[in-house]
Ligand binder design. Structure first.
Ligand SMILES: [Zn+2]
Length: 260
C-alpha cells in the first residue's frame, strides 16, 4: 500500500481561506505538478505552519493523502523571497508570475522545467533584477515550455524569413507576419520593430543570466510587454489580473505630465 504521507518541493501560487481557520493552497510542485492541498488550522495564531502558507513561498512540504484534498502536515522553507516582498512593484511582478503559472500549469501533470522556470523568475526578482525584464523572459519561456511558443523565425503566413524592416505581430496568426503579408499592421499597436523581434529571439534562447545582459529602454520594454501580453491573453482567452496592477503601479511611478 502506498505511504499515506509524502514530501513535495513546491512554490505556493495562491491561497483561499476556507472554513473558520483553514486555507487551501495551490502548490506548483516540482515532481507532482500543480496540486491543491488543505492547511488545517493555519489561520489560528498558534499555527506553526502559518509562515509557510503564504503565496510566493518556496518550501518542501510534508503532505498526507486525504480523501479529497491532501493535507499539509509540515514544511521546511527553502526561500521566502524577502527582498521581493519589500517592494510593491516586485511583489506585483511575483503575483504576475504566480498567476500565469497557475493558469498555464495543468492539474497534477508533473513538469520540472515549468517549476524551474517559476523558481528562477522569483529568485531573480528577489535579487533585484528589473521586474519588466524578468517578466518578459518568463512570458516567453512559459509559452515555450507549455507548447505555445510564438513564431519568431519566419512569417506565419508566407514562410519567408523577415527582412530588417518593421513587420507585424499578429497573435491569432501565431506571431511574426511579414510586412508584405500584413502591410496595414506595420504601424500602430501590431507593429513589430526590428529590435523588438531581435530581443524576443534573444530572450527565447537565453537563460536568465544571458537575458539580463539585454539592454532595454522604455520604448522597447513597452513594445515587448504589449506583444507578449496580447499573445498570452490570446492563448488564455482572458485578462491577466496582476498585469492590471503592474500597469497601475507603472502609472503611479511616472512623473505627472506638465500642466503648462
Ligand atoms: Zn509573409
Amino acid at each position: 500500500m502506498a505511504s499515506r504521507t509524502y514530501r513535495a518541493e513546491a512554490i505556493v501560487l495562491k491561497t483561499i481561506d476556507f472554513g473558520e481557520t483553514d486555507r487551501i493552497l495551490t502548490l506548483l510542485t516540482r515532481h507532482f505538478g500543480k496540486v491543491s492541498v488543505v492547511a488545517k488550522g493555519i489561520r489560528k495564531p498558534t499555527s506553526r505552519l502559518a509562515g509557510h502558507a503564504e503565496p510566493l513561498t518556496h518550501a518542501t512540504y510534508q503532505l498526507a493523502r486525504g480523501r479529497n484534498l491532501d493535507v499539509l502536515t509540515g514544511a521546511e522553507s527553502r526561500a521566502l523571497y524577502r527582498a521581493l516582498r519589500e517592494d510593491l512593484y516586485g511583489i506585483a511582478a511575483g503575483w504576475y508570475i504566480a498567476e500565469l503559472a497557475d493558469r498555464f500549469a495543468p492539474e497534477k501533470s508533473p513538469s520540472a522545467p515549468l517549476f524551474d522556470l517559476v523558481e528562477s523568475a522569483l529568485r531573480h526578482l528577489s535579487a533585484g533584477y528589473l521586474p519588466a525584464l524578468v517578466c518578459r523572459w518568463f512570458d516567453l519561456h512559459l509559452l515555450d515550455r507549455t507548447g505555445f511558443r510564438p513564431e519568431l523565425g519566419r512569417c506565419v503566413q508566407c514562410g519567408s524569413a523577415p527582412t530588417e524592416i518593421t513587420n507585424a505581430w499578429i497573435v491569432d496568426a501565431g506571431g511574426l507576419v511579414c510586412a508584405t503579408c500584413a502591410p496595414g499592421d506595420t504601424h500602430g499597436p501590431r507593429a513589430l520593430t526590428v529590435r523588438a523581434l531581435k530581443s524576443l529571439r534573444y530572450l527565447l534562447v537565453s537563460n536568465f543570466e544571458g537575458a539580463s545582459l539585454l539592454r532595454v529602454d522604455e520604448p522597447l520594454a513597452a513594445e515587448l510587454e504589449r506583444h507578449l501580453r496580447s499573445f498570452l491573453q490570446n492563448v488564455l482567452d482572458r485578462d491577466i489580473h496582476a498585469a492590471r496592477l503592474l500597469d497601475e503601479l507603472a502609472r503611479m511611478r511616472r512623473p505627472a505630465p506638465a500642466t503648462t
